[in-house]
Design a protein around this ligand. Structure first.
Ligand code: GDP
Ligand code: MG
Length: 404
């Protein structure tokens, strides 16, 4: 029989971010190793994290590793991603709903472009709490590390992160068992425990889980995984799949987290739900599983959109009516069309265009728009989304109202 998950401590979702090769995966492995020696984790070696199986669903490759561990006061699910594009996709779409982030910066290299982009991204998607792991401190000149630290404080403050703990660590040396550097990992986790508060979870709201992945387990059926956004779920509940495909309702026959059975999955948990009588092809990443009747799928909606400046990685040129980028809403990635006018706005017309009313908008502008998606997706007022084009993020938006 499977082990049962005991909810003895509050659960939080965190993850590493930072420039490629600064040591995110090494640090992730080191955390599990150091905590495994203290009874708080199962050691997950570097290769198991870095070579997580790629999931090619509908032509999108998703690459994300989850590990779990416990400190004295918390249970953490921790995500690590190999590539910059994976961060953008998973963070902006909310697939990785981080309550806090560990920004990994190599003390040997200092701030690099993806360091800046991930700080900007974290701020844009609402990650409020950051702890810095100033990594590779084993090989760094302490005075150089002091300089990197000063520059980091400036960068973080520019994005509204003040009083961020910066802990000097060596993931590699901790992984090798050096007691001094093992202690640095413990200090880092203490900083995370102290800095990232337990978030408010909407456990009383109707159940909602954006589908991240679908797998078939031989002899058991179809398993859907994702982070529970709101509400709770238990065996025997009926859930409704909304968006992308045709949709269906099904009874939940199993709830698990990290291979352990759960009596009740709650908002904030990474859950795997076993669904009765559902074929794998019926479920798609981008759908949501929801309490029946609580969510509806829409192709059209109005929104307020911020277009990133070129310096933020956005476009260099204006967008016009009929602009056709890719829209990322929760775990959904769908093509669509954007018009720089608010349909059925207070004036009833479409005169409400860009800030200048010209039907074009420039990088740096905030505009009200009407979006038509290529496929219906669960939409509600207040939902955040990203606009991407050619592999980069060019805009961030919030839904004002669902149309049809
Ligand atoms: P990621 O791309 O951010 O996940 O970086 P990796 O974890 O794959 O590490 C990149 C390289 O940096 C590897 O060769 C690691 O062995 C090395 N590395 C990682 N952490 C440390 C550290 O603390 N000290 C030293 N000296 N090297 C490290
Ligand atoms: Mg890595």
């Amino acid at each position: 029989a499977k082990q049962a998950y005991v909810r003895a401590k509050p659960h939080l979702n965190i993850g590493t971010m930072g420039h490629v090769d600064h040591g995110k995966t090494t640090l992730t492995a080191a955390i599990t190793k150091v905590l495994s020696e203290r009874g708080g984790a199962k050691y997950v070696p570097f290769d198991r994290i870095d070579r997580a199986p790629e999931e090619a669903l509908r032509g999108i490759t998703i690459n994300i590793s989850h590990v779990e561990y416990e400190t004295a006061t918390r249970h953490y699910a921790h995500v690590d991603m190999p590539g910059h594009a994976d961060y953008v996709k998973n963070m902006i779409t909310g697939a990785a709903q981080l309550d806090g982030a560990i920004l990994v910066v190599s003390a040997l290299d200092g701030i690099m472009p993806q360091t800046r982009e991930h700080v900007l991204l974290a701020h844009r998607v609402g990650v409020e709490h950051v702890v810095v792991a100033l990594n590779k401190a084993d090989g760094a000149d302490p005075e150089l590390a002091d300089l990197v630290e000063l520059e980091l404080r400036d960068l973080l403050a520019e994005h509204g992160y003040h009083g961020v703990p910066i802990v000097r660590v060596s993931g590699l040396r901790a992984l090798e068992g050096d007691p001094e550097w093992e202690a640095s990992i413990v200090a880092l986790l203490e900083a995370v425990d102290d800095t990232v508060p337990v978030p408010v979870r909407y456990t009383d709201a109707p159940f909602l889980l954006p589908v991240e992945n679908v797998i078939t387990v031989t002899g058991r059926g179809t398993v859907v995984t994702g982070a529970i956004e709101r509400g709770t779920v238990k065996v025997g509940d009926t859930v409704q799949a909304v968006g992308i495909g045709e949709g269906f309702t099904a009874v939940v026959t199993g709830v698990e987290t990290f291979g352990k059975t759960m009596e009740r999955g709650e908002a904030g948990d990474n859950a795997a739900l076993l669904l009765r009588g559902v074929r794998r092809e019926q479920v798609r990443r981008g759908q949501v599983l929801a309490a029946p009747g609580s969510q509806t799928a829409h192709r059209r909606f109005t929104a307020r959109v911020y277009l990133l400046t070129a310096a933020e990685g956005g476009r260099h040129t204006a967008v016009a009516d009929g602009y056709r980028p890719q829209f990322f809403l929760r775990t959904a990635d769908v093509p669509g069309r954007m018009d720089l006018a608010l349909e059925a706005g207070p004036g009833g017309g479409t005169e409400n265009g860009g800030p200048t009313g010209t039907g074009i908008a420039l990088p740096g502008d905030t505009v009200e728009v009407t979006v038509e998606l290529g496929r219906p997706v669960a939409i509600e007022a207040g939902l955040g989304f990203a606009i991407r084009e050619g592999g980069r993020t060019v805009g961030a938006g919030t839904v004002l109202a669902a149309l049809d």
